[in-house]
Design a protein around this ligand. Structure first.
Ligand code: GLV
Ligand code: MG
Length: 349
């Protein structure tokens, strides 16, 4: 166990000091793109106007014979493309792959000053983060970077879920986590063939009707992911990290996508991945608090200026704890309103 006194010291001579606090910026969607696709790269400045985070994906979904083209494409984008105030992230290949060392060497040395966050897939325990932590510090020193790169882990193996707290605490670089239901399903040997969402077979059924064994019985699908997302949200928020829901693979099902994103939002996630432009709008809608809720939350804050006491508003009890919930809602609305004039008008801010 590392001494708390050393936690905020750089891991290599000449590397920038770690941040004591993770900055919170609008993070409603992490939009994935394949940097080996030149047509897509040409569209990035336009896509950047409506996204909070753009992520150059080097891992799964990029075929083995395009790995180098993807890495080089991202270097070029980082050097040449203006993305405004949209953050640029990358997802590197997994730590056991033949590509990851070159991913880190090339990206940090060439565009380390442009990248904000490195997403690391298939993180299993603190040891994976320690490896990346030290290597990043060495590369930051070599590249003479002044700002430390942050690390985002994907929670997508059974062992990763079992070790989620120690992963969250492994380094001050830990910016957040995303939930990866596709790899997690495979790792757990779940009998599904999907990327996120529910399953018609995972349900509860009402009791049989007395003396009518054939009578129809209502069923309701349950959330396959509730337990693990809740663990991730607790591990992240307990340690000052940001939790995200990951991918929803059925692009033809916007309703299912919206429900999955909303469940994550209500549980405390700040955003989700978008794998297709249509999901950018869904994420924006879901992860921006509802204007009616924001208006109500502002009324609570106004009614209890010092955040203490008890009163009734529209028949609902308000006290110190509801005040704190309202503060979360209004602070997020204020942050998003600064970036998005349309939202600012809806919130009356
Ligand atoms: C994401 O990478 C997933 O496996 O769901
Ligand atoms: Mg995965």
């Amino acid at each position: 166990m590392r001494s708390p006194r050393d936690f905020l010291k750089p891991q290599a001579v000449g590397a920038p000091a770690p941040l004591a606090e993770i900055p919170f910026k609008p993070s409603r969607m992490i939009h994935f793109f394949d940097p080996s696709n030149e047509k897509m790269a040409a569209k990035l400045p336009d896509i950047a106007k409506k996204t909070d985070i753009l992520l150059g994906n080097l891992e799964d979904a990029v075929p083995a014979d395009r790995k180098e083209a993807a890495r080089e494409g991202l270097v070029k984008i980082g050097k040449q493309v203006d993305l405004g105030d949209t953050a640029l992230w990358t997802r590197i290949n997994s730590l056991d792959s033949p590509w990851v060392l070159d991913d880190l060497l090339r990206l940090v040395l060439e565009i380390g000053d442009r990248l904000e966050v490195v997403m690391v897939p298939k993180v299993e325990g603190a040891w994976d983060i320690h490896y990346v932590d030290r290597l990043l510090a060495q590369l930051e020193a070599k590249a003479k970077l002044r700002r430390p790169l942050l690390v985002h882990a994907i929670l997508e193996t059974a062992q990763g879920v079992a070790n989620v707290e120690e992963i969250a605490q492994a380094s001050p670089r830990m910016q957040g986590m995303s939930f990866g239901p596709a790899d997690l399903a495979a790792s757990r040997r779940m009998k599904t063939t999907r990327v996120g969402g529910g399953h018609p077979g995972y349900l509860v059924v009402t009791d049989p009707v007395k003396d009518q064994p054939e009578a129809p019985r209502q069923t309701a699908q349950q959330d396959l992911w509730h337990y693990s997302i809740a663990r991730m949200v607790d591990a992240c928020t307990a340690n000052g990290l940001l939790p995200f829901y990951g991918p929803f693979g059925d692009i033809s099902d916007p309703v299912g996508c919206e429900a999955q994103f909303r469940a994550a939002f209500l549980m405390g996630c700040v955003g989700a991945w978008s794998l297709h432009p249509s999901q950018i709008d869904i994420a924006k809608q879901v992860f921006s608090p509802d204007p009616a809720e924001v208006r109500f939350a502002r009324r609570v804050l106004e009614a209890m200026p010092d955040g203490r006491g008890v009163l009734m508003l529209d028949g609902k009890m308000q006290d110190d704890a509801t005040w704190k919930q309202c503060k979360v809602m209004v602070s997020l609305a204020e942050l998003l309103a600064k970036k998005d004039p349309e939202l600012a008008a809806k919130y009356g801010l």
